[in-house]
Write a protein that binds this ligand. Structure first.
Ligand SMILES: NC(=O)c1ccc[n+]([C@@H]2O[C@H](COP(=O)([O-])OP(=O)(O)OC[C@H]3O[C@@H](n4cnc5c(N)ncnc54)[C@H](OP(=O)(O)O)[C@@H]3O)[C@@H](O)[C@H]2O)c1
Length: 262
């Protein structure tokens, strides 16, 4: 079967697709006729704009829903709403990330790490993945399988200032991915992670040392450029496309412009 045929009419559920990497992934799937249920946190206006745009451009069904990944149980009601709006769930991508006030004590040098900030990052990264993936799995079983992805980052492979909280939660979610993959394979569900090096998005621009990170990455990467959201969207799409990656599960694909070997 060809990719186009396999993808058309399926449904992707993705968190945090108003901007950055999530938005790029959303467009990548929409182009192939995949219906989209996606979440926003604050940017409802942008969510509406995206919905209108992809519905018209690609003739698909798209709907947006509020979600706060600091309260992962919200996924339970969210999926109930999705059940009413969509006839199936085939792919789930845990992408949303927190920043600002909620990461105080989590996004910090080691000696300033605090329980609350670290717990918040763990909740948003690992617990949100777990609850979202559990709800998605119940629906995927009904349609004979599917694919689940967590976004990760190479801040768990190489040192990044202030990134200890995020880096160790990304390690944790990559391990959770392997456990989920091992237990869900029998239902035809594949589970993987897409790990990115520094990608030019709002999340990275919020780093106090953004300019230094950018300059360093451009120097470090053999490709002499920083990554952009589309650089990760292709891998997420590939991992959901059973015609291309049908025996690929429990893995992390690293897309880092060659930076982690430098
Ligand atoms: N940027 C990088 O360098 C990089 C590299 C590797 C991996 N990643 C990973 O890729 C993923 C996306 O990152 P990004 O850089 O694309 O982020 P981004 O551009 O900052 O977008 C963040 C998204 O998360 C949503 N969000 C924010 N707070 C939320 C909350 N409390 N609950 C639910 N959703 C919330 C935002 O929604 P609103 O717009 O509605 O607020 C937005 O859609 C993350 O998992 C990140 O760790 C990023």
């Amino acid at each position: 079967m060809k990719t186009e045929e396999y993808m058309k009419g399926k449904t992707l559920v993705i968190s945090g697709a108003t901007r950055g990497i999530g938005k790029a992934i959303l467009y990548r799937f929409a182009e192939f006729g995949v219906n989209i249920a996606f979440t926003y946190n604050k940017n409802e206006e942008e969510a509406k704009k995206i919905t209108d745009d992809v519905s018209v451009k690609y003739n698909i069904k798209a709907k947006y829903y509020p979600l706060n990944v600091l309260e992962p149980e919200q996924y339970i009601d969210l999926f109930k709403q999705i059940d009413e709006d969509f006839d199936r769930v085939d792919f789930f991508i845990s992408n949303a990330i927190i920043y600002g006030r909620s990461v105080v004590g989590g996004f910090a040098p080691f000696m300033r790490l605090k329980q609350k900030g670290l717990n918040n990052i763990y909740t948003a990264t690992v617990l949100a993945f777990v609850v979202g993936a559990q709800e998605a799995t119940k629906r995927m079983k009904e349609v004979g399988g599917g694919a689940i992805i967590s976004l990760s980052s190479t801040g768990n492979l190489v040192y990044m200032p202030n990134y200890a909280g995020h880096g160790n939660s990304k390690s944790a979610v990559e391990t959770m991915v392997k456990y989920a993959a091992t237990e869900l394979g029998e239902f035809g569900i594949r589970v993987n992670a897409v790990s990115g090096g520094p990608i030019d998005t709002d999340a990275l621009r919020a780093f106090p040392d953004y300019d230094e990170v950018k300059a360093k990455v451009e120097k470090q990467s053999p490709l002499r450029k920083m990554g952009n959201p589309e650089d990760l969207a292709g891998a997420a799409f590939f991992l959901c496309d059973k015609t291309q990656s049908g025996w690929l599960t429990g893995q992390t694909i690293v897309i880092d412009g060659g930076t982690t070997f430098q």
